[in-house]
Design a protein around this ligand. Sequence first.
Ligand SMILES: Nc1ncnc2c1ncn2[C@@H]1O[C@H](COP(=O)(O)OP(=O)(O)OP(=O)(O)O)[C@@H](O)[C@H]1O
Ligand SMILES: [Mg+2]
Length: 253
Amino acid sequence: MMVRDLSFYYRRSEDITLEHINFDAEPGKIMGILGNNGAGKSTLLKCLCRILRPHHGSVNVSGTDMLKISHKSVAKIMSFLPQETQAINLTVYDTVMMGRNPYIKLGITREDRNIVLTVIERMKLEPIALRFLHELSGGERQKVMLARSLAQNPKVMLLDEPTSNLDLKNQYEVLSLVRKICKESNIIVIMVIHDINLALKYCDRFLLMKNHRLFAEGGKEIMTNQTIESVYNIPVKIYTIENERFIMPITPP
Ligand SMILES: Nc1ncnc2c1ncn2[C@@H]1O[C@H](COP(=O)(O)OP(=O)(O)OP(=O)(O)O)[C@@H](O)[C@H]1O
Ligand SMILES: [Mg+2]
């Protein structure tokens, strides 16, 4: 996937929200997007999958320009998990089935049902499969929306803070599952995530955004004190514990 010179503004009169964004993303790799609140991370994801139309630039997946094809065609290639999800009046099963929408022609097939049931099982959602979304907790709902994204069988999975509502165990379980699917199915995962230490554990590549621009891009080697401090304006210390890197802010007591 190649993103070239992407620019976007919400209103012509206002400041530009994304300025000259360039990066590549590879299948089988998870790319973590990090950056300060308001940096433009959610806007970038929405521009990649055409929810918002960039004013300049291109998004190319295996030779197809995402900005030149229909929304339905984009949905066969990319899934998008928004930062906030609404409590719609549907059961968990039907919500996950919505992920099959881009493929359904005349009616739901046995294959659609099998895919949905497999995803529900892998996400451990069987106990709540027939409950309504508005009766679930925020974290349960977030898992259901991720399941819907998985059922879409995308080549590129865009996730906007997929673990923000999850408890400790679910954060690790869900991200290991995403990582497993990314590697097994050789798909591209691009994920906005605020927890730097979860990002360090599960992401292969990093895209650091600051104030509407790409500040740094690369592997774990770019996650240094200097870059993190510049992005977030807070001093940090890096610890290595059992060969894993942890970043902690240095704050007054
Ligand atoms: N619908 C909108 N209309 C106008 N401006 C918007 C709209 N949505 C977001 N913005 C502005 O665009 C900028 C980028 O917002 P965006 O939601 O992409 O940030 P973000 O990096 O995802 O932040 P966060 O970490 O808080 O989720 C912000 O300054 C925000 O106020
Ligand atoms: Mg956001």
